[in-house]
Design a protein around this ligand. Structure first.
Ligand SMILES: [Zn+2]
Length: 109
């Protein structure tokens, strides 16, 4: 039997951490959209950094969606089942990746 309570706590904790990070990144973005720095070199560095921020943002948003989907599966009592073969995903795998939707055997190429 899976320790759903523990895994749900793990997911919720991860979600809070991510929301916190996304919020911080959004703050950085707002700052970036402000008046441009007259110093060109400074400006170039800022733009470079903002690309990294955008990437992180997308990745973290994707992770958030996966966490939300996992929390929904807990509610629907479908959590921990492989979506490919319906087998029980091992707790070890879920502890490492609490929003996994496939078992180790079905992890895509
Ligand atoms: Zn499977």
């Amino acid at each position: 039997m899976l320790n759903i309570v523990k895994l749900e706590q793990l997911l919720k904790k991860k979600k809070i951490e991510l929301l916190d990070r996304v919020k911080k990144l959004e703050k950085d973005k707002t700052r970036r959209d402000g008046p441009l720095d007259p110093d060109f070199e400074e400006q170039a560095t800022m733009l470079e950094n903002s690309e990294v921020v955008d990437q992180l943002d997308a990745l973290e948003r994707k992770e958030l969606l996966q966490i939300d989907a996992a929390l929904k599966r807990i509610k629907d009592k479908e959590y921990g089942l492989c979506q490919m073969c319906q087998a029980q995903i091992s707790e070890k795998r879920l502890l490492a990746l609490p929003y996994a939707t496939t078992c180790v055997n079905c992890v895509g190429p």
